[in-house]
Design a protein around this ligand. Structure first.
Ligand SMILES: Nc1ncnc2c1ncn2[C@@H]1O[C@H](COP(=O)(O)OP(=O)(O)O)[C@@H](O)[C@H]1O
Ligand SMILES: [Mg+2]
Length: 408
């Protein structure tokens, strides 16, 4: 399920609102953008938060609630109204429908009934109708072995994507034991994945935001847990919900996987739209790529389409296997090549500053700029064009080159 629906909720009855919230937040694809205890304030809340769905509990005062619904039709016509009530009064249902309600749910609501209503609502708000259903791009970064550069790539790709005003980007560090994305971003996080995972079933926007650390580049980070023991406490279902909620608010979600291909990593692979499998041009790495491709594709057929092999540190040493040979060995195209630049990369890691800042003109940086563009289908920004074409030129000098960046 790709599109998460953002909702705002109103019910002046606190207990009813709480139980409504519990019911709705149990759904993986719902995101609570705002809640409100007064009918009078709700149309302003909707205007400000712009949710996909406005949920109105009408039983507290049906007359006022119907007035509100009519007002919402005028002020926020793009917001689908879902009414929740204990009443089965045909008159009330008819009035609600006339006022412009999209769905009327009678309590207690079954999960299937709720799912069907959400399906109908999202079906009608797909792009094209109002253009409101936003699609988040989920990119998982996996490695053929430790130290291939997966984190370097994930962090710097994140910073490149975050530099564009239209993007909002979050990076999840899923290397729960040894993850170091926080070091790359020079942050000492207060909250981590464990805080949100443990509260997954009652997670709301403010709690999630508090767990995220914002880097100066604009990239948000959800760091790995601090204590080793905490790593075991994150369940795949909790992660699924956390990722679902992040997809609701961010245009790009990057996930730096661990190298253990644990149930959590597999959950992330399932959620991902694209998987970058990072390797280097040596035998142990390429052998792992072959093994990983075979195992992962057996596990989930869809992964075959999603996985893109990225060769990192191209140009490192004269003993490297040629790209052509590598391609033959793994039996699939190499999607991208990232040049070797030891100095730039080590400075990035030690100084906690992204490549775009540390070495904006370096080939390695420009290769990542073009990669970001290829992955998200965004044309390069004006200032990026010259430099990106320079990076392409760099690679065209490379002997034994199979492909230029992004070519084909
Ligand atoms: N393109 C590159 N050129 C040179 N060194 C690199 C490159 N990419 C990564 N490195 C270096 O490789 C080491 C491991 O990188 P890291 O991102 O931590 O790998 P992983 O997350 O896969 O374990 C780091 O010291 C990093 O600076
Ligand atoms: Mg790493």
């Amino acid at each position: 399920m790709n599109n998460v629906l953002r909702m705002a909720l109103v019910d002046p009855d606190d207990a009813a609102r709480e139980s409504l919230k519990k019911l709705l937040l149990g759904m993986d694809r719902l995101w609570l953008e705002a809640e409100c205890s007064r009918y009078e304030f709700f149309s302003d809340v909707v205007a400000q938060t712009n949710p996909d769905i406005g949920v109105v509990g009408v039983d507290h005062n049906p007359r006022k609630a119907l007035q509100l619904i009519e007002e919402l039709r005028q002020t926020s016509p793009q917001c689908a109204i879902l009414v929740v009530s204990r009443s089965t009064d045909g008159q009330l249902i008819l009035q609600a429908m006339r006022a412009g309600v999209r769905e009327f749910l009678t309590l207690p609501v079954g999960v299937e009934e709720l799912m069907a209503a959400l399906e109908r609502i999202s079906g009608q708000s797909e792009p094209g109708s109002s253009g409101r259903a936003r699609r988040s791009n989920v990119i998982a970064v996996a490695g053929a072995t430790g130290g291939v550069g997966a984190t370097s790539l994930a962090v710097n790709l994140g910073c490149v994507l975050a530099a564009r005003a239209e993007n909002s980007v979050v990076l999840v560090d899923l290397d729960l034991a040894l993850g170091d994305a926080d070091v790359f971003l020079d942050t000492i996080p207060e909250h981590t994945l464990i805080d949100v995972a443990q509260n997954a079933s009652r997670l709301d926007f403010s709690l999630l935001r508090r767990a995220l650390t914002r880097h100066a580049s604009g990239l948000y980070l959800l760091p790995r847990p601090i204590h080793l023991q905490e790593a075991q406490q994150v369940a795949p279902e909790d992660l699924q919900r956390v990722l679902g909620l992040l997809k609701a608010t961010f245009s790009h979600l990057l996930i730096d996987l661990s190298k253990s291909y644990s149930p959590l990593d597999l959950q992330a692979l399932k959620v991902a739209d694209q998987v970058l499998l990072v390797t280097q041009l040596d035998l142990p790495c390429l052998r792992n790529v072959v093994r990983l491709l075979a195992s992962l594709e057996e596990l989930d057929e869809q992964l075959q389409e999603k996985i893109k092999v990225v060769v990192n540190r191209v140009g490192l040493g004269s003993n490297a296997i040629s790209l052509r040979k590598a391609q033959e060995t793994i039996g699939r195209e190499i999607f991208w090549q990232i040049p070797n630049d030891y100095r730039a990369m080590i400075e990035v890691r030690n100084n906690g500053v992204p490549l775009t800042e540390q070495a904006p003109k370096a080939s390695v940086t420009q290769s990542l700029v073009s990669l970001a563009e290829a992955l998200s289908g965004q044309a390069p920004a004006e200032s990026e064009v010259t430099a990106a074409s320079l990076a392409g030129r760099w690679l065209s000098f490379w002997p034994g080159k199979a492909k230029v960046p992004g070519g084909g």
